[in-house]
Structures are given as structure tokens and as C-alpha cells.
Design a protein around this ligand. Sequence first.
Ligand SMILES: NC(=O)c1ccc[n+]([C@@H]2O[C@H](COP(=O)([O-])OP(=O)(O)OC[C@H]3O[C@@H](n4cnc5c(N)ncnc54)[C@H](OP(=O)(O)O)[C@@H]3O)[C@@H](O)[C@H]2O)c1
Length: 307
Amino acid sequence: MNKSILITGANGGLGKDAARQLALINETEKIYLACRNSTKAEAAKKSLEETTGREIFEIVIMDVSNPDSVRSALEQIKEPIDALIMNAGGMGGKVPWEITKDGVTQIFAANILGHVVLLDELIKQDKLKNVALYAGSEAARGVKKMGMKQPDLKTSSVEEFSSIIDGSYFGEKMDIMEAYGLVKYMAALWMSSEARKHPNIRFITMSPGGTSGTAVMDDMSGFQKIFFKYIAMPIIMPMMKMVHKLEVGAKRYVDGINDPSLKSGVFYGSKEPIITGPVIDQGSIFSDLNNTSFQDNVNEAIHRFVK
Ligand SMILES: NC(=O)c1ccc[n+]([C@@H]2O[C@H](COP(=O)([O-])OP(=O)(O)OC[C@H]3O[C@@H](n4cnc5c(N)ncnc54)[C@H](OP(=O)(O)O)[C@@H]3O)[C@@H](O)[C@H]2O)c1
């Protein structure tokens, strides 16, 4: 049983609801809310204490797009944690193509870079006991009904993955949905690579599935935002079984860390063609996810940018 859990991006959306559900499990003794904004974090802590009746939440200020912020936040974690839920991320803010001081795109930094530093440091300091879960997305294997193509890389070499990380892969103009799918694909490969390196810890990539009631679309702009936030998510997607409620999406994280039948190194998500319902191994839909060379190439490419 996981008594202490750290959740990134825990002030809203899926991260906060996972914190709520986990606090309702008696055995849970401590939940670290790792958030980048202290005002939002305090508000989330207060509301979680009120809704669960438990005072087990501790705020850790951490911007996962910034490795320095992750490293200094880690100084607050004195005792080992049982479970890590790497949930923060999404579309990468208002300028996802912009390059950070680490030479990576914002969308990569927010979804992967800080999480890699966080996981590496926890393992190095022997502060992660049981399980690491990463918030994946079916976008990583393509979602035909939403016009999202399966990643189609030329070589899947360290160089090609590095070009996605530094943005050069996208040329003049980044297609945000394509970039999001590629970043989540690389995250799933990285988790599988780590699973083979550390057999004593379980590594689960879990997509929450299409989930309403979150702010994930808020950073989009113009027509894309209006379409997804006000038309697709509330009207079209529920009719197509492409979206479920917040508590259903967050429950996938809870199951992901607590269900021992889920296998380390596997990326779990919905069955085709929908993005709700029971989860299955996404490698059965997109076999590139099972390619151990691709997994290790991603891991090597990512670590070129970890200083
Ligand atoms: N909703 C879906 O349909 C869906 C489907 C598949 C996968 N996912 C994944 O699920 C995760 C959670 O998404 P959500 O739908 O719950 O979206 P959300 O409501 O926008 O929540 C994202 C959370 O991540 C935090 N965050 C973003 N960038 C951060 C950073 N650099 N450092 C620290 N925290 C950061 C946000 O904090 P602020 O409040 O400060 O911005 C917020 O707490 C994401 O990784 C997303 O890609 C979502």
C-alpha cells in the first residue's frame, strides 16, 4: 500500500482529483501537492482538506519545466515516498514552441524534462520506494476520430528524438497537437526504458483518457481553443464516447499506483477507437512502443538536455 504520495500539478484538474481520491483511502498518510503557483496550491490544499476531512497534504513549490526548481523542491522531501504521480503538463502554455534555457521546447519541458530530473533524483537519493506513474495520453498512439496521427518517425534515432526535444523537427511552425502526441509518445518510451533499468520499482504510464472538467485546453488559442473547449469537449466528444468525468480519469491514476496486476514498463490507455472505458496495453495498438531500442534512444536523447 502506498502511504506517502507526491503528485505534480496537483492544484487542479486530474492531479487534484487524484489527491482527493487517494486521501479517502485510510492507509494514505501523506500527500505532497507539487505545484508551481503557491496561491493556487494553498487554495487546493484548503479545498482538499475540506472535502476529505483529512489534514495530510503538504505543499511543495515546483515548476516541472525548470530543473533548478525541481532540485530545490526536492530538498523539502526528507523521507522516502512510496508513489510518484507525474501528472503536470499539457499543451505547454501559451508559447509551447519557445525554447527554454535548457534548449528544449516549452511543451517538452512542461511534460517531460522536470519529471526526468525529479525521477532521477528520487532514485539516486533512494527516496522512491514502490511506483512511478506518468500521465500519458492516447495522442501518443494516434486518435483517428480526433484527426491525431500515429507518430511516424524516420529513424527513431537519438538524433531524431533530440530534434523533437529542441524543436528543430517541427521546422518553421509547430503543429501543437502533433507536438503533444510526440512528447507523450517519448514519455511512454522513456518510462519503459527506466522500467528495465530499475526492476525494483514499478513504472506505469497511464492515460487518464479523454477527461472533462480540467483546464488542459485553456492554453490553446483562437479557433482551436473555442472548438475544443466549448464545442468538442462538452458536446461532440461525450456523444462519441471520447470523454468521461474528472473522477473517472483521476481514478485511472489511483488504480495505476495501487493495482499490482498492472505491469511495470507498460503504457496503459483506452481501447481503440474511443478514449474512455477500460484500459489496455497501448503497445498492442502501436508496436513501436515495445521497441527497446527506441525506448533507450529516447532516454539517451532526453539525458543530453539534463545538465
Ligand atoms: N484532460 C484530458 O483529457 C487528458 C487526457 C490525456 C492526458 N492528460 C494529461 O493529464 C495531465 C493533467 O491534465 P489536466 O487535464 O488535469 O489539465 P489541467 O487542468 O490543465 O492541469 C494541469 C496541471 O499541471 C500543472 N502544470 C502545468 N505545467 C506545470 C509546470 N511547468 N510546473 C508545475 N505544474 C504545472 C497545472 O498548474 P497551473 O494551474 O499552475 O497551470 C495544473 O495543476 C496532463 O499531463 C495532460 O497532458 C489529460
